[in-house]
Write a protein that binds this ligand. Structure first.
Ligand code: NAP
Length: 313
């Protein structure tokens, strides 16, 4: 462990890659540590149509990310595949301990993201991206005039269900209790929406279909009765959106930076409460978690890291 990087970026999703691009262009000696494939959540997104300028027919999240990673490489940021085990942000030089080794840097950008809570039904993994989605802003347009189901009863589920009614023929909220958790003002709007229906006291137990989502079993938790819901044969599929909360990938940073329910608060320049440590993307406390906002965060964090190092010297 001899080398001290200018900047270590944790996570190779859009926020981390954008940070890597800007840090590399600023000639910072930069290392991106990613435990799996680049791209984070968008690597499993079938189609991206809301990233500005992204109008390539059939563009998938994976291909968009591959181009981002190529661009990062061009500007000189190193990338390594390793699993971060612990971090120590207490000194001026930050220490990152990974499965394969230890790394040190003057600055760290945390871009480890968040993941949506799974619906928790049988076969769920097989249909993510082919009927099951966790992002209405990303995928609503693919269900234009289809039937859509939404799992959850909080603000996100009800607001996203209302958003989905602008696209889908009919939207049904499946909620495990007989009253919504969402704010009353949101509920009032929802109950007035003629395209919105509710299945109370219900949970999705299993999904199935021929490559795409075509049927699901919904169980009434009070009576135990199970109902099979099948797609309209003319449609050939339906949509199922899960909004039962997000899980920030932040366990590693407990006790190292300030957190708010697992998310990391920053100022508008991505500073955390620890000097030299920045956060970018979905891990931050923020209102819109999208590729475009993650990239913007990453760019700002990298420029602030450069400024921090210049002020150190
Ligand atoms: P949330 O408030 O935690 O609601 C999660 C919902 O999912 C609850 O209705 C919960 O049911 C249900 N749920 C949880 N686990 C489940 C499971 N395993 N199976 C089935 N259902 C399950 O999450 P959120 O809606 O994502 O909101 C997160 C935070 O952001 C909240 O503080 C919210 O107020 C805020 N937010 C605010 C706005 C706004 O102000 N416009 C918009 C979006 C989010 P129970 O009700 O039975 O627990």
């Amino acid at each position: 462990m001899s080398k001290i990087y200018d900047c270590i970026i944790l996570g190779g999703g859009p926020a981390g890659l954008a940070a890597g691009l800007y840090a590399g262009r600023s000639r910072l000696d930069t290392l991106i540590i990613e435990k799996a494939q680049d791209g984070g959540q968008i690597a499993i997104t079938d189609e991206i149509e809301n990233y500005p300028g992204q109008i390539v027919e059939g563009e998938s999240g994976k291909s968009l990310v591959a181009r981002m990673a190529e661009q990062v490489k061009k500007f000189g940021a190193e990338r390594c595949s390793d699993v971060v085990k612990s971090v120590d942000f207490s000194g001026q030089i930050k220490k990152i301990t990974c499965a394969k080794g230890e790394y040190e840097a003057k600055t760290v950008i945390i871009a480890t993201g968040a993941h949506p809570k799974a619906i928790g039904c049988e076969n769920e993994g097989k249909f993510v991206g082919t009927g099951i989605s966790f992002c209405a802003t990303c995928d609503a347009a693919f269900f234009e005039d289809f039937e859509v189901y939404v799992v959850g009863g909080g603000d996100s589920a009800v607001e996203e269900a209302m958003y989905l009614t602008k696209f889908a023929r009919k939207v049904t909220i499946i909620h495990r209790r007989n009253e919504l958790r969402a704010a009353k003002s949101i509920q009032e709007k929802a109950f007035k929406n003629p395209k919105l229906d509710f299945m109370w006291d219900s949970v999705v137990t299993k999904v199935d279909g021929d490559e795409i989502l075509q049927k699901m079993w919904v169980k009434n938790v009070k009576t135990g009765e199970e109902t099979l819901i099948e797609c309209d044969p003319d449609d050939g599929l339906f949509g199922l959106f899960g909004f039962i909360g997000y899980v920030p990938n932040s366990e590693l940073f407990e006790g190292q930076v300030e957190m708010d329910r697992g998310y990391i608060p920053t100022d508008a320049d991505m500073h955390t409460n620890v000097p030299g440590v920045f956060a970018a993307g979905d891990i931050r406390v923020k209102s819109l978690r999208q590729v475009v906002t993650a990239c913007a965060d990453g760019a700002i964090a990298a420029m602030q890291a450069e400024k921090y190092i210049a002020d150190m010297e």
